[in-house]
Design a protein around this ligand. Structure first.
Ligand code: SAH
Ligand code: SF4
Length: 346
């Protein structure tokens, strides 16, 4: 097993059978994998963790993804949307707390048309010219992505969810397509966004083949960021009775991704922290280098219920920041005060 890890470390590639073997490795090999991955993240980013302040702008969504609590068919979902002023106020608070990247994430909500988004982005960039704006608003037209980029948006997160056609069709209704998802990602990159793709680990019907296809797709896309976290069931969705994804598998994949893509931005996600109280720390020790604390107004946080039991829904933004600083210091890391751009863009 060490041979597979060393090859991954040296050559950044892995064959299908090697990957399959690695996924069933024991704890000792897993520790070796994490050590090598951590060595690479320390080489690239030192012991510095980049912070992104997450602002969950809307819980309305026109899509019906089977796994997500915000899906349009979920009658039990509580819907809200933040006004441009409320979003700016979140950024203001975040800036005071030291955040230099704001992530505006939401369901696909037609209220946030291009005009509204251009207005919000320009206002944030005017007020905080040295901050980065990341968008995570799902699939839009190329023109829409271009307009928001011209307005000052720097980065875009759009998990591809799975690179396997049949698996994609098992996770989404017919009107959504992997082809379009991928086309969006390539368009975002071409326009100039620092682009992030990603998957849920252990989503229903995911196989080793699916995961390997994800790796191949990522090699093709060459993203700046990769967001992965465990699938967590949401009781009011069609997948409400499926098993959750595992922390171990997520950590293992984080390490594999770190070795395949030494310079990629790799968050230890809130979903990982939800599945294990030390999940985010373990993610960093497995090669992750980004955290995305919540900056949304406390009053709306429980309503942004992508999955069950999401953590940090009751804390004020300042509490989340302090809590995370302390947590990462305990494992020998510090928060980087900058924008944390992709090293591939410098
Ligand atoms: N609407 C946008 C952004 C919000 S959803 C979009 O879909 O891109 C952000 C991410 O949350 C999704 O990409 C998905 O990977 C993740 N997510 C949704 N439901 C989840 C669940 N039940 N468990 C874990 N992650 C989930
Ligand atoms: Fe909407 Fe995104 Fe949830 Fe799909 S994953 S239902 S697009 S919020």
């Amino acid at each position: 097993m060490k041979g597979i890890v060393d090859k991954l470390y040296n050559e950044h590639t892995i064959e299908y059978n090697e990957f399959e073997n690695l996924l069933s490795c024991g704890d000792e090999d897993m520790a070796y994998l994490a050590d090598r991955a951590r060595e690479v993240s320390l080489n690239t980013f030192d012991n510095r963790i980049y912070l992104r302040g997450l602002i969950e702008i809307s819980s309305y969504c026109k899509n019906d993804c089977y796994y997500c609590g915000l899906r349009r068919s979920n009658q039990k979902a509580e819907r809200y949307r933040l006004t441009p002023d409320e979003i700016l106020a979140c950024a203001e608070k975040g800036y005071e707390l030291g955040y230099r990247t704001f992530v505006l994430q939401g369901g696909e909500d037609s209220y946030y048309n291009d005009g509204v988004m251009v207005n919000i982005i320009s206002k944030i960039k005017k007020r905080f010219p040295h901050c980065a704006v990341t968008l995570s608003l799902g699939e839009r037209s190329r023109q829409s992505y271009a307009k928001m980029y011209e307005a000052g948006a720097d980065r875009y997160l759009l998990r591809h969810e799975t690179a396997n056609e049949a698996h994609y069709a098992a996770l989404h209704p017919e009107e959504m397509s992997l082809k379009n998802r991928k086309a969006c990602l390539f368009a975002l990159k071409e326009i100039g966004y620092q682009t992030g793709c990603g998957i849920m680990v252990g989503s229903p019907y995911q196989t080793v083949e699916c995961l390997y296809e994800d790796l191949l797709f990522m090699q093709e896309l060459q993203p700046h960021m990769i967001g992965i976290g465990p699938f967590i069931k949401q009781s009011d969705t069609p997948f409400g009775k499926f098993e959750n994804g595992s922390v171990r598998m997520t950590l293992l994949l984080l390490s594999v991704l770190r070795l395949m893509f030494p310079k990629v931005l790799l968050p230890a996600t809130t979903a990982l922290g939800t599945m294990d109280p030390m999940g985010r720390e373990k993610g960093i020790l497995a090669g992750a280098n980004v955290l995305m604390p919540n900056l949304s107004p406390v009053g709306v946080r429980k309503k942004y219920a992508l999955y069950d039991n999401k953590i940090c829904t009751g804390e004020e933004a300042a509490e989340c920041k302090n809590c995370l600083s302390l947590r990462i210091e305990k494992i020998g890391y510090v928060i980087d005060p900058g924008r944390g751009d992709s090293p591939l863009c410098q």
